[in-house]
Ligand binder design. Structure first.
Ligand code: NAD
Ligand code: ZN
Length: 337
């Protein structure tokens, strides 16, 4: 399936296809000079398949994990671009999960004021969410995505075959972002998580379709795109408070969503899906600590935050909440009626 994200002169294609990795030139111009920025946890066979299709390339690996989204790696990658005489005509290809996309995308956004960027996402999370939409960033101290840009890719190539090597924990972690999109926009997508067999390709297609629609309507997150932050305000706080390595991003988003699902039957349904996906329970948290992160969250204006709430699967409500109101929500806990 090919999906076009229509952003006028910044429009780009997304190819979702098993085996797409074997013919990346169907949406990537492989005849130009390409810097392949690769997560060192991506199985070598996939990296090699990509590399041999690019005649003029150089490769830079970065160490896997969220901690690579840092200034040191960012600087090192920029230095590699300079060392290889990258010009504005050349392009970067990210190979890996959300970390590869966010980090290399930010290099592409800033090197020589911005060069082309292709994304080949290899985790479930990046295939359903982070590879589309142009948000790129690195972390600073424990603040996630605090330094970044909007820089749309030239094309995104999604091959679900690469997920065969992904750990079950990573797979399920990524599924949370899909479930999130189902909860706010598409009840049928929620139902896909209740079927006997989880159809990865179908889940990816539906998720990308939703992400496309939202990004087209609001590229720079001035309005509608905020709905994709469902679960993220408290989720990010938990992620920061427990150190970026204890829980995975999606696991924290799953926890964060529970606080704002305002229908008991739906909450039950979602908890059953969480169980099936083996997601971790919410830890005993300290309200003050979480509040200090929420206050620093970049999405906060002065004393309130836009919160996404879900009452019925497939629809959302936005509510401006003060920090005091959020504190109350945290004090009551996620299971309050
Ligand atoms: N830009 C956005 O819109 C956006 C949206 C959501 C999340 N994010 C960001 O995405 C990041 C998380 O992304 P992620 O969950 O993909 O994590 P990740 O990029 O860290 O990848 C997870 C792990 O999977 C390994 N891996 C990658 N591909 C593999 C494969 N095919 N087989 C086996 N192992 C493989 C990696 O080495 C890594 O250890 C976070 O930094 C988050 O902030 C960004
Ligand atoms: Zn997310």
């Amino acid at each position: 399936m090919k999906i076009i994200v229509d952003l006028k002169e910044k429009s780009y294609p997304i190819l979702i296809e098993k085996g797409a990795l074997d013919h990346i030139d169907s949406i990537i111009d492989t005849q130009r000079k390409l810097a392949l920025i690769v997560d060192d946890g991506v199985p070598e066979k996939y990296v090699e398949t990509i590399r041999r299709q690019c005649p003029d390339n150089f490769m830079v690996y970065f160490p896997q994990g969220e901690s690579a989204k840092c200034f040191d790696q960012y600087k090192r990658l920029l230095e590699e671009c300079i060392r290889h005489d990258m010009t504005r005509k050349d392009a970067i290809v990210a190979v890996g999960g959300g970390v590869a996309g966010d980090l290399s995308g930010f290099v592409a956004a800033s090197y020589m004021r911005g060069i082309d960027f292709y994304n080949i996402p290899t985790t479930f999370l990046s295939q359903v969410d982070s590879s589309v939409g142009g948000k790129v960033a690195i972390d600073l101290d424990s603040y996630k995505n605090i330094v970044g840009a909007f820089h749309q890719p030239k094309a995104v190539l999604i091959d679900p075959t690469v997920l065969e090597d992904l750990s079950v924990r990573q797979l399920h972690n990524g599924m949370v972002e899909s479930l999130k999109m189902g909860l706010i926009q598409d009840e049928a997508l929620v139902s896909l998580f209740e079927k006997e067999n989880l159809d990865h390709t179908r889940i990816i297609e539906r998720s990308i379709e939703i992400k496309r629609q939202v990004v087209e309507k609001d590229e720079k997150e001035s309005g509608l795109r905020k709905i994709l932050n469902f679960g993220h305000t408290i989720g990010h706080a938990i992620e920061s408070a427990y150190g970026l390595d204890t829980y995975l991003h999606g696991e924290c988003v799953a926890m964060g969503m529970l606080f704002f699902i305002e229908d008991e039957a739906l909450k039950k349904r979602v908890l059953n899906i969480y169980k099936r996906l083996n997601l971790p329970e919410i830890p005993h948290y300290d309200v003050d600590t979480l509040m200090s992160y929420i206050r620093h969250d970049k999405k906060s204006s002065t004393d309130s935050v836009t919160i996404v709430k879900v009452k019925h699967a497939g629809s959302f409500e936005l509510e401006e909440m003060t920090f005091d109101q959020i504190r109350n929500v945290l004090e009551r806990g996620p299971y309050a009626e």
